[in-house]
Design a protein around this ligand. Structure first.
Ligand SMILES: [Zn+2]
Length: 391
């Protein structure tokens, strides 16, 4: 087998492991899902889904029928197991097109997926089911790679997609996942039968293949190409994030400042629920928080909805000098309270503006991500794992 080298993603396919699974399509599909989910540059924790298809005997008719096996609702690709998968009749998923009533009725479609279930031990099908189900491929990966989100969320995403992949890649504009988006993907592929994948504007990537290995390699190659494009253009027209505005403290001092500030921030973010904190000050964090563009970019927040589920729309940027005297915690707290009040009222206003009659209740209005220029990034959530994932 050809050995592939990748610079921007981890190639983890192990031929020995794969050969032991040979002949078991579902086992190979779980293996592929696990190694895709292991590299967080390929997809965010809990984000994305994968599918494969097999021919099974229908227990009611004894006839051979095509079944799609897809990651069900919840869970994480990196640890996906058989019990996290839903098995559905492909022909029934297509039949839903006959009764689909339009964008206003997306919620009823999720209920109808239950009627398409073949495997009675299935995990609940997710809202992404139709995105896979209406495409004609045996193996499909839907991922949120960092490099692809950068391209998918760009203003000229469609043009960049064409510049990198020419006619080999489809592109559909942002749309909330649901049955209609599934039909848009189907239409895009039918109109461009030679494509190797589809970019979802503001969202992520769809790639596919005839085997688990083909699908895996196709995904890796597309992410590698996107990463190379970004690397080639990085800092060419202007420095990344407008260049540095401030210098970081040296690492030891960053840790000291972080240790002094962490309890104060934890107190402030625990106003509604007790929170656990996580701190990072690695290079990618410092590149952003020390930049000229921080004040302009931070309020724009994350570019992919799958991320802001965990991070909230925007981080809170502290107006605090890197070497500020933090020894008097009461004084520091007093100084930071107005920024937290402002953040909470912004979040409440955002919720009120966008809520629908059936929206869930407002969540904790406190910031999850707190940036301290020159020092690092704090994240707060209900436990360490969630705080780390938000970071
Ligand atoms: Zn997605």
């Amino acid at each position: 087998m050809e050995l592939k080298t990748f610079k921007h993603v981890d190639y983890l396919w192990d031929e020995t492991t794969a050969s032991q699974l040979a002949g078991d399509e579902i086992a190979l599909f779980l293996y592929r899902s696990n190694i895709l989910g292991t590299d967080l540059r390929i997809t965010n924790f809990g984000g994305g889904n994968t599918s494969c298809r097999t021919i099974e005997k229908d227990p009611l008719t004894s006839e051979e029928t095509e079944i799609m096996w897809i990651k069900g609702s919840g869970g994480n690709l990196g640890s996906l197991k058989r019990d996290g998968v839903a098995g559905l009749y492909v022909d029934r998923l297509h039949a839903l097109k006959n009764i689909y009533r339009g964008l206003e009725f997306e919620d009823e479609m999720v209920q109808l997926y239950q009627h398409c279930i073949f495997d009675l031990d299935s995990r609940a099908p997710s809202i992404d089911t139709a995105l896979h189900g209406l495409l004609p491929f045996k193996h499909i990966d839907h991922l949120h790679p960092d490099a692809l989100i950068a391209i998918a969320a760009a203003k000229n995403s469609r043009e960049i997609t064409h510049e990198i992949w020419g006619d080999e890649m489809g592109w559909v504009p942002w749309q909330r996942p649901g049955f209609d988006l599934g039909m848009q993907l189907e239409k895009c592929q039918k109109e461009n039968p030679g494509i190797r994948g589809i970019i979802l504007g503001g969202h992520g990537l769809f790639t596919w293949g005839d085997t688990s290995y083909d699908s895996y390699i196709n995904s890796l190659e597309v992410i590698e190409q996107a990463s190379e494009f970004i690397e080639e253009h990085l800092g060419k027209e202007r420095p990344v994030f407008g260049g540095f505005k401030i210098d970081s403290l040296v690492q030891e001092q960053r840790k000291e400042q972080a240790a002094l500030l962490a309890p104060v921030l934890r107190g402030l973010t625990s106003e509604e629920n007790r929170m656990i904190g996580h701190f990072r000050d690695d290079e990618v964090v410092l590149d952003f928080i020390n930049s000229h563009d921080l004040q302009a970019l931070a309020p724009l927040g994350t570019s992919c909805p799958d991320h802001f589920l965990r991070t909230k729309i925007k981080p809170l940027v502290l107006d605090l000098a890197p070497d500020a005297d933090l020894t008097d915690s009461d004084k520091v707290k007093e100084q930071l309270v107005p920024a937290f009040q402002q953040y909470r009222s912004d979040y409440q206003a955002y919720y009120q503006k966008h809520k629908h009659a059936d929206s869930p209740a407002i969540r904790d209005a406190n910031p999850v991500v707190i940036l301290y220029p020159g020092v690092g990034m704090f994240t707060f959530a209900k436990n360490k794992q969630t705080a780390r994932v938000a970071g």
